[in-house]
Design a protein around this ligand. Structure first.
Ligand code: GLN
Length: 482
């Protein structure tokens, strides 16, 4: 079998004597990319085939494994454009901490994956480059904003990948593409070198073919970093060591507010079937309540846009990327028209919508009515979880209300796109860890994902439950027919 179809743990421990070279993996990935990438378009631009082969690897336990990274994560000397016109031509002058860590442990940075511009979106259609297609059905979206990473892993165009998650951007595309995606606890992974969307919500995390690979990649990138003041000193456990500890007696909460109208019946059925499977493995389910769930979407789209409008203020044509060719014949002074024209031409429609919304909720007169109140409700959402975690160890929910939707289906209706984030955003508001993993397929053969949430720094428990479930199913072994 071609090496690109294997998981990282299979490549690290090949059966028999021989070891696998990084060059062989890269060449099989290249073959795969040449055949399917024209249809999937998972990458932002061509991966580093030549550079990858010539790259000097640090010796380390990751033994030259290629990792693909989202286009908003800086890698020294490489284009890092956040799928935005305004960062066109921007070459990162340093490695993000996650990239530095990966290199130190012997991994190879293989390529940059496509995304919604600045991570704004749930479909990968907001990329300034091209939309990415779902490998399971090319007429459908891969989810977003880390849709390129999810599609690359699902299509075996990547061994594993990094995404970023502000409101679901790792978990939702993982669900829609049938892969495993973890949003770690806020502070678990350094954000240094991640181009910021909403700094109080953003977190980098692994997207992989199975749970073991996910634990492996998180182990490689987690840990304190003095360059990110919000990263924490809590020691990083060996996530791989606890995978097989079993789930007997684990108490898992089912929030009643998550099983509501609007959820596709096929998603409901798949999650219920997974529940039954887990019960047979010894998990105890209890109904719990997260009463402030109904405010989560509204609160998120106030806080996230407020932070985004502030973070994006730095893109003005002076220091980074694109600068408009300014016409100076008008009455306006040159500098102001340069700002206006650069930002007017450089940002896509969704980025502009978010900057305007964010500026509005922060402006005097509206700050108290929107931003301050949203912060208060955020605290209530967090409290809901604190209470529930007195009764149970983990929470199980669907990841997304439906399987992958058609390309173009929601582009004219941003609100319906926002509402589809209902199951993922509370986790970011509360700073919790959560993972999405495959739990079935629709009749039309589209992957369905379920989400496991934990207490802060309970990634280990999440992996244990996910692994036990995964090992008793075959979903993660299914491949799209490309
Ligand atoms: N879909 C959400 C949004 O559009 C989440 C994005 C993300 O997590 N980066 O904001």
């Amino acid at each position: 079998m071609k090496l690109n179809f294997l998981t990282a743990h299979e490549l690290l421990e090949p059966p028999g004597q021989g070891s696998i070279s990084s060059g062989d993996i890269v060449s099989d990935l290249k073959g795969r990319i040449e055949s399917v990438e024209p249809k999937v378009k998972a990458y932002a631009r061509q991966p580093f085939f030549e550079k990858a082969l010539n790259q000097k690897l640090e010796a380390g336990w990751l033994k030259g494994l290629p990792v693909s990274i989202k286009d908003n994560i800086c890698s020294d000397g490489d284009l890092t454009e956040c799928a935005s016109r305004i960062l066109c031509g921007f070459v990162a002058p340093y490695d993000a901490t996650v990239v530095k860590k990966l290199r130190e442990q012997g991994a190879l940075i293989f390529g940059k994956t496509n995304m919604d511009e600045f991570a704004f979106g749930s479909s990968c259609e907001n990329s300034a480059f091209h939309p990415t297609h779902n490998p399971w059905d090319l007429d459908r979206v891969p989810g977003g904003s880390s849709g390129g990473s999810a599609a690359a892993v699902a299509a075996d165009e990547a061994i594993m990948a990094l995404g970023s998650d502000t409101g679901g951007s790792i978990r939702q595309p993982a669900a829609l593409c049938g892969v495993v995606g973890m949003k770690p606890t806020y502070g678990r992974v350094s954000r240094y070198g991640l181009i910021a969307f909403a700094s109080s919500l953003d977190q980098i995390g692994p997207m992989t073919k199975d749970v073991r690979d996910n634990a492996l990649l998180l182990k490689a990138i987690a840990g304190h970093d003095e360059k990110d003041a919000t990263s924490v000193k809590t020691p990083v456990p060996d996530y791989l060591a606890s995978l097989e500890k079993g789930v007997k007696g684990m108490r898992v909460g089912i929030p009643k507010e998550y099983f509501i109208e609007g959820m596709d019946p096929e998603v409901r059925e798949a999650v219920n079937a997974a529940k039954a499977k887990l019960s047979s493995l010894g998990v105890k389910f209890i109904e719990v309540s997260l009463p402030h769930t109904e405010y989560a979407v509204a609160v998120y789209y106030i806080i996230a846009t407020a932070e985004a409008s502030s973070n994006l203020a730095r893109f003005d044509g002076v220091q980074y990327g694109f600068r408009a060719a300014v016409k100076t014949d008008g009455a306006e002074p040159g500098l102001i028209s340069m700002y206006k024209q650069t930002r007017g031409q450089g940002f896509g429609q969704e980025a502009k919508r978010r900057i305007i919304l964010g500026t509005y909720v922060l402006s005097s007169g509206y700050y108290d009515a929107y931003y301050s109140r949203a912060l208060m409700v955020r605290a209530l959402i967090k409290q809901d979880f604190d209470k529930v975690f007195n009764e149970c160890d983990l929470i199980l929910t669907p990841t997304s209300p439906s399987a992958a939707f058609k390309i173009g289906e929601k582009t004219d209706d941003p609100l319906s796109m926002y509402l589809s984030d209902i199951y993922t955003i509370s986790v970011n508001l509360a700073g919790l860890p959560a993972l999405s993993l495959p739990c079935g397929f629709t009749k039309a053969s589209l992957p369905i994902g379920m989400q496991i949430l934990g207490r802060p720094f309970a990634e280990e428990d999440i992996y244990r439950l996910a692994f036990a479930y995964e090992q008793s199913t075959h979903w993660h072994k299914e491949k799209p027919k490309l």
